[in-house]
Design a protein around this ligand. Sequence first.
Ligand SMILES: NC(=O)C1=CN([C@@H]2O[C@H](COP(=O)(O)OP(=O)(O)OC[C@H]3O[C@@H](n4cnc5c(N)ncnc54)[C@H](OP(=O)(O)O)[C@@H]3O)[C@@H](O)[C@H]2O)C=CC1
Ligand SMILES: N[C@@H](CC(=O)OP(=O)(O)O)C(=O)O
Length: 348
Amino acid sequence: MSVRVGILGATGAVGQRFIQLLDDHPTFDLAAVTASAESAGKTYREAAKWRVDTPVPEGVAEMEVSETTPAGIADDDVDLLFSSLPSGVAAEVEPAFLAEGYVVSSNSSNDRMAADVPLTIPEINPSHLDLIEVQRDERGWDGALVKNPNCSTITMVPTLAAIDEFGLESVRVSTLQAVSGAGYSGVTSMEIIDNAIPHIGGEEDKMETESRKLLGEFDGAEVALHGADVAASCNRIPTLDGHLENVFAEFAEDPSPEDLREAMRSFEGVGDLPSSPDQLIKVFGDDEPERPQPRLDRTYADGMGIVAGGVQTTDAGAKYNCLAHNTICGAAGASLLNGELLVEEGYV
Ligand SMILES: NC(=O)C1=CN([C@@H]2O[C@H](COP(=O)(O)OP(=O)(O)OC[C@H]3O[C@@H](n4cnc5c(N)ncnc54)[C@H](OP(=O)(O)O)[C@@H]3O)[C@@H](O)[C@H]2O)C=CC1
Ligand SMILES: N[C@@H](CC(=O)OP(=O)(O)O)C(=O)O
């Protein structure tokens, strides 16, 4: 089966990762790339300042960039759209595609917490995808919108899902986030070299709310947020890719470090999609307490997996570190998996 896909915002940092991940994909054929009005009409090679560490795929380099409107891609016969637009732009543009009946797997943050929009990580909460039926009833469109979470949230949530069996009650997390998360022009070198910035606008609220929706129960009509209370502190540091996070968790039960490591290691989640890693969470033992590290561990499972380590327990609960590649597992790869889930569940 072949599915024709398009990318909205294809020239950006996340758009380029989509192009890299779609090259040689077993099911998806890239049929349309869009960007801003300044890029529309140019070839992809002319429009995109390519910064990914593999070459622009030949078939993509000469594609014409379309404007980001349903009319712009009307002739491309696209079955599924991936969206990596700035969230303000996405909030205006995505509804126009949905009204035209397009199925959209979006990485942009608008509407992630909307009650009728599935926020999914296929290994964690695939059943939430059926919120699409509620969405279609309420919004009156034939299209379908699914979102993946924020990159810092997606780094932590699979580990929490794995250890929720011990009765997760409280989560405190402090992040060390790479500069690519802010986009190429997001943080200047003068701001970040020899420095750390203890604030990332909106990020803490996203981690605190999105994580509870992802871990929540869907009853066929709505998602009840998970009962754990979550507090986050988000920090930018001068690494290029890979968000590292220090998590402190409290449970109803009293798991040992080995219980927690084993729960993470053996966590298979649900679902097995073409781009799913064989083992979602890699866990370092207490013989390697200095891992995970961004430079050494962000490419685990081709950037699609989570790496954890430093698992310890104290009277105040458990603590551990986790890490993921923010533009692959945390962004384009997450949307790609949701696209594969949409196909598997018959929405495409
Ligand atoms: N970078 C990261 O690690 C992560 C990013 N995200 C989110 O993904 C989204 C994309 O981020 P990122 O790739 O870094 O952003 P970039 O700024 O690198 O890319 C933005 C893309 O959107 C296009 N665009 C900008 N304005 C318009 C417009 N008015 N109409 C149509 N297209 C437009 C740009 O086209 P052009 O080249 O023509 O300007 C470009 O293709 C954002 O919502 C971001 O918050 C999420 C998780 C992680
Ligand atoms: N804010 C994230 C990246 C991002 O764009 O997140 P979101 O998809 O929630 O907008 C970071 O700085 O690392």
